[in-house]
Ligand binder design. Structure first.
Ligand code: HEM
Ligand SMILES: *[C@@H]1O[C@H](CO)[C@@H](O)[C@H](O)[C@H]1NC(C)=O
Ligand SMILES: *[C@@H]1O[C@H](CO)[C@@H](O)[C@H](O)[C@H]1NC(C)=O
Ligand SMILES: *[C@@H]1O[C@H](CO)[C@@H](O)[C@H](O)[C@H]1NC(C)=O
Ligand SMILES: *[C@@H]1O[C@H](CO)[C@@H](O)[C@H](O)[C@H]1NC(C)=O
Length: 333
């Protein structure tokens, strides 16, 4: 009898110990972010963001892609802190006007509109970067992609950094090695590069971002040999070899342009990636085997995409007393 009691005590404390340890681990794993962060202070937050993204997409389908990319450009430059949303001031050159963003990053007005509605419901409570993080999640879901839970509680930066944006936003003509280095410096890895590039299953690219592949690949005066010939012909007519075509748009996934699916990876298997950095995922055997898997198993892509999005959304977040809750996403308080 005595022994049994001791045993059950022992088991009980082992169980509570286990829960305590896993609780501590889950705190560590998400920094100080929390799935319930605004449950009491802004219970309608998700609904407000969903409605804002839904109405923006109803007006223009492409906005889903633009919001997803804006979230990436927020996170990859000094962490997810809303810095990409800040307008330039006399005292501070921000991130909006660097190469990868100027005349390219979109969705600022949508975030402003949602922020306005969120401020009406719960003033001074929700950060702009959390709104952008949620908006990206909704954008994926509303275009047919997976849904996942987002830990919240990020705070907004009090500054933005133009040089950091120049250095940290990847360029489509960079090598996979260099792009991967930019991701690993943020705690992401080569698998995240492959999985997150799957975001190019929606949205558009301006001809200038891939035109050299069509006419003068790496100074060869010839097209990129790694581009399917019938797609090449199409792209050459969409993007004629003149400066005036630079800003014309071409879909990143010409097959199912507005649907979040795994067709991007099928295209890569077919030599039909649009950006050089997309097709480059097929050169290296490690990344090409991932591409092959995702092209065959959409649910494997969805599962890994959700995990990589949560990882990306946790880069360098400001929590606690760091940063602030901006009143206006375009300016520090
Ligand atoms: C891996 C390195 C990456 C490179 C080199 C890259 C490069 C680009 C480029 C050049 C464009 C076209 C922009 C324009 O012409 O205005 C683009 C569009 C886009 N990118 Fe990426 N990207 C990368 C990773 C990502 C990631 C990680 C995401 C999100 C998770 C993402 C989401 C998007 C989306 C959705 C679009 C379409 C945007 C729109 O239509 O407004 N990209 N990307
Ligand atoms: C949440 O939205 C519902 C309507 O959808 C409204 O009745 C309710 O008052 C809102 N709650 C808060 C706390 O704003
Ligand atoms: C709707 O989309 C168009 C671009 O297609 C844009 O110019 C316009 O501002 C958008 N309207 C609203 C209300 O968001
Ligand atoms: C890769 O990065 C190195 C060092 O920053 C740079 O010198 C090189 O030009 C880059 N290569 C490509 C192809 O992007
Ligand atoms: C690309 O692959 C798909 C199957 O995944 C096939 O239906 C399609 O015809 C291929 N396209 C080209 C250009 O080879």
């Amino acid at each position: 009898m005595q022994t049994m009691n001791n045993n059950s005590h022992c088991t009980l404390s082992t169980i509570s110990c286990f829960f305590l340890i896993s609780f501590l681990f889950s705190c560590l794993a998400f920094g100080q972010l929390d799935y319930q962060f605004y449950d009491d202070t802004c219970p309608n937050l998700t609904k407000i963001v969903r409605y804002g993204v839904w109405s923006a997409i109803s007006n223009e389908t492409r906005m889903a892609a633009s919001l997803l990319r804006l979230h990436f450009h927020d996170c990859i430059v000094n962490g997810c802190d809303g810095s990409v949303l800040l307008d330039d001031t006399n005292a501070m050159k921000g991130e909006k006007n660097v190469g990868g963003n100027r005349d390219s990053a979109r969705g600022f007005e949508v975030i402003d509109d949602i922020k306005h509605d969120v401020e009406d419901a719960c003033p001074g409570t929700v950060s702009c970067t959390d709104i952008l993080t949620l908006a990206a999640r909704e954008a994926v879901y509303l275009t047919g992609g997976p849904f996942w839970s987002v830990p919240l509680g990020r705070r907004d930066s009090k500054t933005a950094n133009q040089n950091a944006a120049i250095e940290q936003i990847p360029s489509p003509s960079e090598s996979l090695e260099n792009i991967t280095a930019k991701f690993t410096s943020k705690g992401l890895d080569v698998k995240d590069v492959v999985v997150l590039s799957g975001a190019h299953t929606i949205g558009f690219a301006q001809c200038a971002t891939f035109k050299q592949r069509l006419f003068n690949f790496k100074g060869s005066n010839k097209p990129d040999p790694a581009l399917d010939t019938s797609l090449l012909t199409n792209l050459q007519s969409q993007c004629p070899n003149q400066d005036s075509s630079d800003t014309k748009l071409s879909p990143l996934d010409p097959v199912t342009t507005n649907k979040f699916d795994n067709v991007y990876f099928k295209n890569l298997v077919n030599n039909s990636g649009i950006l050089q950095s997309d097709q480059a995922l097929m050169i290296d055997s490690k990344t090409s085997s991932m591409v092959n898997d995702y092209s065959k198993y959409p649910y494997m892509f969805y599962k890994d995409f959700k995990a990589s999005m949560v990882k990306m959304a946790n880069i360098g977040v400001l929590t606690g007393n760091n940063g602030e809750i901006r009143k206006n996403c375009r300016a520090v308080n």
